[in-house]
Design a protein around this ligand. Sequence first.
Ligand SMILES: *Cc1c(COP(=O)(O)O)cnc(C)c1O
Length: 415
Amino acid sequence: MESPLPPQEGSSEDQEQLLTLKTFRSAGKGSWASVPDAEWNDWKWQLKNRVTRIDQLERLLPSMTREERAGVLLAGESKLAMAITPYYFNLLDPSDELCPIRRQVIPRLEETTTAPWERLDPVGEDDHSPVPGLVHRYPDRVLFLVTDRCAAYCRYCTRSRLVSNASGYDFHPEFDRQIAYIAEHTEIRDVLLSGGDPMLLSDEKLEYLLGRLRAIPHVEFLRIGTRIPIFLPQRITPALCTMLRKFHPLFVSIHTNHPGELTTEVREALGRLADAGIPLGNQSVLLRHVNDEPVVMKALVQKLLMCRVRPYYIYQCDLISGSSHLRSTVSRGLEIMDSLRGHTTGYAVPQYVIDAPGGGGKIPVNPGYILRKSATKIILRNFEGKVFEYPEAAETAEATVMAPLCDSSMAYGKD
Ligand SMILES: *Cc1c(COP(=O)(O)O)cnc(C)c1O
């Protein structure tokens, strides 16, 4: 296997592209110019006016392709409906079929093609579910599926089997069993609320849920996984933030994949959460033609830091049914990680993981920095491809001569 060559730093073309990608813009009102500000900025208006039907798309996206049209028509009948908030819709480029925003939310015909290794439950959540709506995969923490709805639907959704089928509940029908299980299992010190999007609940309902969890003495740490700040930043109201701050330590993991999603509206919403003392992390999914380019990912992670968000994970896309057109290669993921580590702020570098098919959990995957290892020494390469040697501890004690540790004449990439 050929190692990736170290990326070239600072070509002026790359620099220019990076700056363009990192610019904060407002989504604006676009095709909804006549809607009064008070309605546009109201999250309930945004939800009520989501783009969900083909006739709306015909008007709003006249350049819709044959594959998209077929995808939209099939989405209604299939596992995952289409829904896009007007705010988020304004971020997509109607003149570009490969627009990275468009590919995340507009269904395509390819979704109906399922490869033999693709699954409706690709990471085996249902097999690790002790009560409906809870996934207990790791020793000390559980995933709590709060609701079955989202503000908009990602076409690569790993839980499409559970969301958007419009049963329309707020709390899971087995809510009391979910709480009881956590209360009975004293090893659970971390509860991750996800779904469906927990932030679609009213302030009152979310407060009730957080209160029930905080009343369990062994629950130390709460976090919410949400895409609301990206799809519906209007939902992050001052009142919501005032409520959330009562439940610390509470972290929020957002989900953004492309720097174009980080608008001025999103930056303000994230600022309100950060000002409420909520540490923010981001989870991205590596997606073909969305963010599988080093310059795009670098712009995304740097822009996240400007929003006070720490990049947390990059996921290799799960083997969800009908997602092959959106999956990028692991080699590309590793190349992107190589282009980040050392080349930009350490805080901006997330961990790349593969959620193992069938329920093995998240497995970190890293570019190879250890070239060779023996009982006496370890041979490493750095982010520039220079090779270094580190003597193992046992040897160091006896070492009389310090050999030069660095032989920068050896470059990696040719092995
Ligand atoms: C991702 C995940 C968690 C949280 O994992 P962390 O590595 O702690 O972020 C917990 N439970 C399940 C089922 C998960 O998929």
